[in-house]
Ligand binder design. Sequence first.
Ligand SMILES: [Zn+2]
Length: 77
Amino acid sequence: MFGKTRDPVCAAKVSKHSRYFSIYGKRTYYFDCPACRATFEEKPERFSGKGKDKSFLERLAGGDDVRAPKSCHDMKH
Ligand SMILES: [Zn+2]
């Protein structure tokens, strides 16, 4: 899937042309809104899958029943 990725904070599909992105651990993460980017940048290790805990997206891909963390979509913007 070229050109599309997922917002690691809220799991929304997001284009790699998104204006909102952050580079962490040699990877670029894309976000659907500045609120998600701000959440990621507060604690990037929580979303990147670094460390011993799987990232939200890895748990999602692994079929775990995970609930999206509190995200931009809980807010009006
Ligand atoms: Zn989002």
